[in-house]
Write a protein that binds this ligand. Sequence first.
Ligand code: HEC
Ligand code: HEC
Length: 193
Amino acid sequence: MVNWVRYTVLTTLLLATFSLFAGLCAADDQHGKPHRDRGESHEGVGGKHDRNSEIHLNPVTNQTYKETCGACHLAYQPGLLPSGSWAILLSNLRSHFGETVHIDASSKEAIEKYLTDNSADHSEAKRSRKIMRSLKGETPSRITEIQYIRRKHRDIPSEVFGRKSIGSFSNCLACHKGADEGIYDDDDTIIPK
Ligand code: HEC
Ligand code: HEC
């Protein structure tokens, strides 16, 4: 009798573990699909990489970061700045570009961990590697100060950024329709009038 019970419990546990695993695999599969905004989709080990999914930055996944740091502007992808820059930004929230960002200690800790773990110096995305190469060890407090980013926008006259429909260079989303998904390709970019 005892053995029978034990067997049933074991079988149930095994089944539960299996379905959980199967579920996780299915979820992973979705991520692995060659969806245009995923930075991590690879065509198998050693296979060819889809250029687009390789260059795109991973979209923001952390809800605390998205809500707190996306309240006034786009929640910039962590892969746009090195961890040193994120640390500087988070230590100066009282004077954040003329604003004060209010944030409780535990949210701040969660945000700092998320930004650090996914920063340009910890990202595999080609865009992040280009940013790191262009920085040469600098830790700017703006993405728009990075040479690589400045170079990509050098043909845009400065008065364009000041247009009502744009506001400033920091408003990536005004021109890059896929900016909140980490997509900054030319073909997804329109400068509004
Ligand atoms: C109260 C509004 C507000 C909140 C909340 C806020 N910011 Fe900002 N942030 C600003 C303003 C204003 C600027 C300057 C934008 C400009 O120059 O047009 C800015 C600029 C930035 C920039 C530089 C953008 C560039 O030009 O490259 C970064 C990076 C940034 N913020 C990160 C954060 C992070 C991280 C958080 C969350 C901890 C955060 N912000 C929360 C108002 C805010
Ligand atoms: C006024 C519109 C505008 C704003 C605002 C803007 N960009 Fe761009 N961006 C462009 C245009 C146009 C290009 C394409 C330049 C070219 O290749 O001729 C571009 C190119 C880029 C590229 C290179 C794309 C590639 O594959 O070569 C990146 C990366 C980029 N932008 C990031 C950003 C980020 C990050 C922000 C915000 C901090 C931003 N941009 C703000 C218009 C804008």
